[in-house]
Design a protein around this ligand. Structure first.
Ligand code: GTP
Ligand code: MG
Length: 201
């Protein structure tokens, strides 16, 4: 009886899903985390270490780790990877010069064993800034369409107004639906067609 209850509990949204929010310094990670939590813009200073908050979306619990993005901190991102289900990669869409560094970091993460099963949501943040790159430009530069072994989605957003953030979360919750529907009754492997689901907005 207890076992059946535990199984049902795990199927219907009680578990916590681990999320890491990464990206270069100044990308807007902490601003996004607190928009998720409080629906408002908080004053931020560069994150040293990490912030962690639980965000609940339609009965789905996400444990979100916002990790400092300064160069000296990036080598310790991997200490947060185990059991991660979602990577949120935040890109400062005005920062053209450093997009190549973001790309390097993205592919380093995707190659990491502990992130083998993680889905990737890319936020093209700061869309309010004049002359910013569009999500399509960022997608092309990051060659997202070449990523076949991780589900991914890119979403344009503005963390100051909150625009686009809900759509990103909706994609994450929809992924959980896919994983649950197709992992029953035997846990684990998704049909390969589902592993390559991705989209661009
Ligand atoms: N114009 C604009 N500014 C933003 C946006 N999102 C965040 N910012 C600003 O960008 C600056 C950096 O934001 P943070 O959220 O602290 O950046 P971070 O990615 O957490 O940076 P680290 O903690 O150093 O890794 C702050 O001044 C934010 O107010 C946005 O969508 N538009
Ligand atoms: Mg921060």
């Amino acid at each position: 009886m207890g076992l059946i209850f535990a199984k049902l509990w795990s199927l219907f949204g009680s578990q916590e899903h681990k999320v890491i929010i990464v990206g270069l310094d100044n990308a807007g990670k902490t601003t996004i985390l607190y928009q998720f939590l409080m629906n408002e813009v908080v004053h931020t200073s560069p994150t040293i270490g990490s912030n962690v908050e639980e965000i609940v979306v339609k009965n789905t619990h996400f444990l979100m780790w916002d990790i400092g993005g300064q160069e000296s901190l990036r080598s310790s991102w991997n200490t947060y990877y185990s059991n991660t289900e979602f990577i949120i990669l935040v890109v400062d869409s005005i920062d053209r010069e450093r997009l190549s560094i973001t790309k390097e970091e993205l592919y380093r993460m995707l190659a990491h064993e502990d992130l083998r099963k993680a889905a990737v949501l890319i936020f093209a943040n700061k869309q309010d800034m004049k002359g910013c790159m569009t999500a399509a430009e960022i997608s092309a530069y990051l060659t997202l369409s070449s990523i076949k072994d991780h589900p991914w989605h890119i979403q344009s957003c503005c963390a100051l107004t909150g625009e686009g953030l809900c759509q990103g979360l909706e994609w994450m919750t929809s992924r959980i639906g896919v994983t649950k529907r197709f992992s029953i009754p035997k846990a684990g492997i998704l049909p390969s067609s589902l592993n390559t689901l991705h989209s661009v907005r």
